[in-house]
Write a protein of this length. Structure first.
Length: 197
């Protein structure tokens, strides 16, 4: 049992390292927030959902009118993804494995752009990144199905009834980011007030 736990922990750390390596993070502040956020999500009950999808983060330089993205996908990353698929706990139905006409062996890459950060407010920055991940997870039908598979029957029934906004709040609470969400909302309210005046 201990050996399996150690193996799972090593796999999580490998996944986090791959996400950080492939992401484009410009500031140490966002980098440390991203590292902690990924660690907390992977260690939550919904961590399995994160490991079934490749999320990359791109911190957009301030005042940049345009940009281009280059995302190198190494053989090691593809090997890690293929290993994840082959080690899945339960087989998925054919429609779930290849949704919307994707080919066998393919995967979904999600790119999250971080276009704004808050100086000296770690909680708001973490809230911002978690909010974007929660928005993606709440609005993508494929990911929603993966989430439902990890929930109890009562949680699943509750989650299905929620709109996207409530799903986002619920996910952030489930991941332990309620304080960070409050800090983000406070910063956004301040920002809107400043723009209005």
């Amino acid at each position: 049992m201990k050996e399996r736990e150690d193996k799972d922990e090593l796999r999580k750390q490998e996944m986090i390292a791959q996400v950080i390596d492939l992401s484009q993070v410009l500031s140490n502040e966002i980098g440390s927030c991203l590292l902690e956020l990924l660690s907390r999500i992977y260690n939550s009950n919904l961590g399995a959902v994160l490991s079934k999808n490749l999320l990359l983060f791109y911190e957009v330089p301030k005042d940049t009118p345009s940009l281009s993205l280059t995302i190198p996908i190494s053989a090691a990353t593809l090997g890690l993804i293929n290993r994840e698929e082959s080690e899945g706990d339960q087989p998925l139905e054919k429609a779930e494995l290849h949704p919307q006409g994707t080919q066998p062996g393919g995967f979904h890459l999600y790119l999250i752009l971080i276009q704004r950060s808050f100086s000296n407010n770690r909680k708001a920055n973490m809230g911002l990144i978690a909010y974007e991940v929660a928005r993606l997870f709440s609005s993508d039908g494929r990911v929603v199905q993966q989430i439902l598979q990890t929930l109890t029957d009562s949680e699943s029934a509750q989650f299905k009834k929620m709109d996207i906004g409530n799903r986002m709040d619920w996910l952030m609470g489930k991941w332990g980011f309620s304080e960070e969400l409050r800090a983000l909302k406070k910063e956004m309210a301040f920002f809107k007030g400043k723009r209005a005046s």
